[in-house]
Design a protein around this ligand. Sequence first.
Ligand SMILES: *Cc1c(COP(=O)(O)O)cnc(C)c1O
Length: 406
Amino acid sequence: MTSTTSETRAAGEVARQDAHIADILTRIEGVLDRRGQPVVLHEPLFRGHEWDYLKTCIDTGWVSYAGSYVGKFEQALAEASGVRHAIAVANGTVALQIALSLAGVERGDEVIIPDLTFVASANAVSHCGAIPHLADSEEATLGLDPRKLDLHLREIAEVRGGVCINKRTGRRIAAVMPMHTFGHPVDLDGLIEVAGRWRLVIVEDAAESIGSLYKGRPVGGYGLLAGLSFNGNKIVTTGGGGAILTNDDALAKRAKHLTTTAKLPHRWEFVHDEVGYNFRLPNVNAALGLAQMEQLPGFIAAKRGLAARYQAAFAGCNAAEVFRDQEHVESNYWLVNIILRPGLEGLRDALLSATNDAGIMTRPVWRLMHRLPMYEQCPRMDVSAAESLEARIISLPSSVKHGLAS
Ligand SMILES: *Cc1c(COP(=O)(O)O)cnc(C)c1O
């Protein structure tokens, strides 16, 4: 090949890339109707009783851990998630940490989590003294692939006396923590079957997926326990906060006790019966959360409407498609994502640059856990699907307000 042909070819490639980027930008612009204003990835919306409830906290002095909004917020969370109990805590990471610990995860155990997740999933495992065991995801759900997990376990694990042991490391594999990526439920039926076969307890990382339905029932109620997050960029926010969900009365009681300094109820004595945590959610944050929960159905409708508009706008696009939830699920579409066609991985960074330069905030998906320094030594299976997704996913501006504007 002469240098002129390769140069011509490279120039053609650049021109094709530029055309793809211009095309994608036009499609995004068409949905956002932003009139030249910069657009962020996700901003909260406060148009319910937020001011009223916060004012009540301040007027009455109940701003800290005692106060009536915590219980009301927990009640709203349990109802929305179809579970018996919700325990509000300081953030989603500690919700997952305590949930894992109550599920029986101990120091030196392994916990299966997707390689493609936000770092908090892996950190929660580490804070229990356990080791993340990284699993692959599937393109249909963007979450843990149960069939591939089963094949992997057949190769490396065995059940001895009702306990799943990793034959390579000698450690117990105690639990599996699927994550409902961007609000899209994982294949829960498949996962429940595999977890049962391998005696793994399921703890759901439902941080992004409050209100998402799997076969008509909310996620967060499928595992023994689940964790939610109310960080500022989630669909419902308390500023910062989280919650533990469970249907188990005894575990709910333990969760409340452990996260509230393990204090025994008494009118004045300070008696604590174990090393507890101060993971409580302040009343002001719960006040905000209650007001937000009252708006959750409207938020989800807006998000689903926004996703549908992005999907329509990307019809016939050669370079990318908007991720679509499956027939049997109803995602809250916390973040709407495009997935570049296989072979167009080279477009990702150029597209991130072009959109952000144009004032449209987009983001890649999280760097895979096994590529972060503290998790590169973790046991893992073949994660080729996660690697492919990492190279092709781009999150689009997904604030509720864009869904309401239609
Ligand atoms: C946000 C999030 C968390 C952690 O929540 P924080 O409230 O930020 O601690 C955990 N897992 C996933 C997948 C998340 O997106």
